[in-house]
Design a protein around this ligand. Structure first.
Ligand code: SF4
Length: 344
């Protein structure tokens, strides 16, 4: 019980740590050492902070913990993808996915327990929304997954695309992004952080004005409001026109583009007419399109698209000079692929 009363410093920013150390009447450089220890050196126990000296370590140990979200199980796929199931408290489970590739590793993390958006093609959307994750729980997923990396020298990409709608947990997600991007700490360049949203327009507008701006991905999935209203119900609040308007105003540094995710669903949004309409909708924007053939998750009644239709869809976009990749689904055998994170 003693343990539960301690405050977890994973998730605390530099100012918070400075205030805590000032309260303990310790000099400012101690705060910087602790901050670097947590986020740059990824230390997990106060005993590892040898530079602090024993008396301070003991004081910190009595009051503060350094905890990552507790891992309940890790599922390993044939292709090397690992799905981490975390249990934050009884009944509150989230997931994160580690995807090793030749030149880089990617971690896909969650931002909420459950999701209120309820996209029709997404298994997570069937889970009740329970709560927002804290900043510590968001960065803690990255730190926990990184412990598992075989080659820490490889580039790390962070995609905020797991359970939950990140822009509906705006403040905690932004604090987490600032911590990840801080060169004195986790040092993940904002160019390697991607936030994916179902289309929360006020959140996109706010994000555009942030000092640290990650890459933006939009889970678009349809080319008419009628279809998008069914697939991504948040469209009833912010329709395609409003969403693309916000995207057009989004600041992009040189060589950065907005990613449009498009889950292809057999007979629903995979027609050549849709492909042409998509090209027209995105005209004039710096963008790329990721085509994601639907994963046939058990809880979903929708059909995967015909592989030929997927290629035809891609060709129409490429012929219109749009970068369009078909996303190879990784980890489908362990329910880690897009839309399959259901915390089972
Ligand atoms: S796709 Fe994202 S926003 Fe939509 S229900 Fe799933 S987790 Fe929520």
């Amino acid at each position: 019980m003693e343990h539960q009363r301690k405050r977890n410093l994973v998730g605390a920013g530099p100012e918070e740590i400075r205030d805590i150390l000032a309260g303990l009447e310790e000099p400012g450089y101690r705060a910087r050492q602790i901050y670097a220890g947590i986020y740059a050196r990824r230390l997990r126990s106060w005993d590892a902070f040898t530079e602090l000296g024993k008396p301070l370590r003991e004081r910190l140990k009595g009051r503060f913990s350094l905890e990552y979200p507790p891992v309940l199980r890790v599922f390993e796929s044939k292709d090397g993808t690992r799905r981490f199931l975390f249990e934050l408290s009884p009944g509150q489970r989230i997931e994160a996915v580690f995807i090793p590739e030749e030149k880089r590793d990617t971690v896909c993390i969650s931002t909420q327990v459950g999701c209120a958006v309820g996209c029709l093609f997404c298994a997570t959307g069937r889970l009740p929304m329970q709560r927002n994750l804290t900043t510590g729980e968001i960065v803690g997923q990255v730190l926990a997954l990184e412990e598992d990396r075989a080659a820490a020298a490889k580039r790390l990409n962070v995609v905020i695309m797991g359970m939950g709608e990140p822009l509906l947990n705006y403040d905690n997600v932004m604090r987490a992004i600032r911590l990840m991007a801080d060169g004195g700490g986790m040092s993940v360049s904002p160019r390697r952080i991607t936030l994916s949203t179902a289309g929360v327009v006020p959140g996109i507008l706010a994000l555009a004005a942030e000092p640290v701006v990650p890459n933006l991905a939009i889970s678009l999935n349809a080319t008419t409001d009628a279809v998008r209203d069914t697939l991504v119900p948040i469209n009833k609040k912010w329709n395609i026109d409003a969403l693309l308007g916000a995207c057009r105003g989004f600041p992009l540094e040189s060589r950065r583009r907005i990613t449009f995710e498009y889950v292809l669903i057999g007979g629903v949004n995979d027609s050549p007419i849709d492909a042409h309409r998509l090209a027209k909708l995105l005209k004039g924007m710096r963008k790329k399109v990721n085509l994601i053939p639907l994963n046939a998750a058990d809880s979903i009644s929708l059909k995967p698209p015909d592989p030929e239709r997927v290629l035809q869809f891609q060709k129409i976009l490429i012929d219109r000079h749009i970068t369009a990749n078909i996303r190879r689904s990784r980890g489908a055998d362990i329910a880690a692929a897009c839309g399959m994170l259901a915390a089972q």
